[in-house]
Design a protein around this ligand. Structure first.
Ligand code: FAD
Length: 319
């Protein structure tokens, strides 16, 4: 992580996003430049943690904010549907794939990581485990509650990822988004509504997040991370092809407990199985299709509705 000396509290973003002037804003030129970085018919199966799913009509990894803005201009001009892909760890992509442009914040400018004292600025494409570990090794606490959660910073913010020790929104100070119309906005934490596994930023791409951390001792933070990670390892089928919890919990119930009580652990459809280790996880045993997983989800929902009159709601996003 780059240590910066100047205060960035007032700074809006990695590259002065708000002053973003596109010298190629002429659409013809823009379309030409952008089409050079497009990849067509890209199988998303290799990118999702489920290791299932069809192809993206167009897949693009813009280098930074300027290129991202051009991609969005293209999508608007060509009326292409926009899909934002983080690390695909909470996604189920249908076997027929997606028609439109899948944008992955894989470009170098979205992977920036800077620290100024207890403030950390992270690009939307930064790997979440990398951020958590880097921050911990700098002697700061706050993000260790997210130990063991895969994905990117942008995806984690959109999902308000977390667990019983806290959610990512607890440590956010501000965040910057680019809306699908290209507008850039910096929000302070209080401007955004964060709820359980969601926030209200629709049609916006999280391009940068500022975290506010607590000074701590490296050993203390690492010890807490280890404890949380070990708990996960004991209770979840880590190291398998899955997408985390399939269903949301509610105040009245825990999805895993209901599924377990209904004896659905081990239930299989094709290559998809309800995990024996954690009933709210579906595992691709190697040859599952997304249709197998969808069928299994349907059976679980129907069974739980019939047995307990509870309508389970998916936590995973389905494309
Ligand atoms: C083994 C395992 C354990 C997990 N444990 C947990 C856990 O304990 N707690 C928890 O909350 N989750 C958990 N998850 C789920 C998942 O890791 C988190 O939801 C994670 O934050 C998703 O990040 P991602 O980058 O992979 O997002 P993706 O799966 O790629 O996308 C998720 C959603 O966010 C949107 N999105 C992604 N990036 C951006 C962006 N930059 N701007 C705008 N929208 C964006 C996508 O369009 C999609 O709608 C787990 C998953 C696995 C596989």
């Amino acid at each position: 992580m780059k240590l910066i000396t100047k205060e960035f509290n007032q700074k809006t973003g990695i590259q002065n996003y708000l002053d973003l002037i596109d010298p190629e804003s002429d659409m013809t030129n823009s379309t030409k430049i952008i089409s050079e970085i497009f990849r067509y018919d890209v199988p998303l199966q290799k990118y999702t943690s489920f290791k299932t799913g069809g192809a993206a009509e167009i897949f693009v990894e813009p280098l930074g904010a300027l290129e991202l803005k051009r991609v969005l201009q293209f999508c608007k001009a060509e009326q292409k549907k926009i899909f934002i892909f983080g690390k695909g760890t909470n996604l189920l992509v249908g076997d027929n794939g997606v028609k439109g442009v899948v944008i992955h914040l894989g470009g170098i400018n979205f992977k920036n990581l800077e620290r100024d004292g207890r403030y950390v600025l992270a690009g939307g494409g930064v790997n979440l485990p990398k951020l958590i570990r880097t921050v911990a090794l700098s002697g700061f606490g706050g993000l260790e509650a997210l130990a063991g959660i895969p994905g990117t910073v942008g995806g984690a913010v959109m999902m308000n990822a977390g667990g019983k020790y806290g959610d990512i929104s607890d440590t956010i100070r501000s965040l910057t988004t680019m809306a699908f119309d290209g507008t850039i906005t910096k929000y302070m934490r209080g401007d955004v509504e964060f709820e359980y596994r969601r926030c209200n930023l629709s049609e916006q791409i999280v391009i940068e997040v500022e975290f506010q951390l607590n000074e701590s001792k490296i050993e203390i933070v690492l010890e807490k991370m280890d404890k949380i990670y070990n708990e996960k390892q004991e209770s979840q089928p880590l190291g398998t092809f899955n997408a985390g919890s399939i269903f949301k919990n509610a105040a009245e119930y825990k999805a895993a407990e209901l599924i377990d009580k209904a004896n659905l652990k081990g239930l299989k459809v094709g290559g998809a199985v309800v995990s024996e280790k954690h009933a709210n996880f579906i595992v691709n045993t190697g040859n599952a299709t997304s249709t197998d997983i969808l069928d299994l989800i349907k059976i679980i929902k129907e069974t739980i509705k019939k047995k307990y009159d509870v309508s389970l709601e998916e936590e995973i996003h389905i494309w």
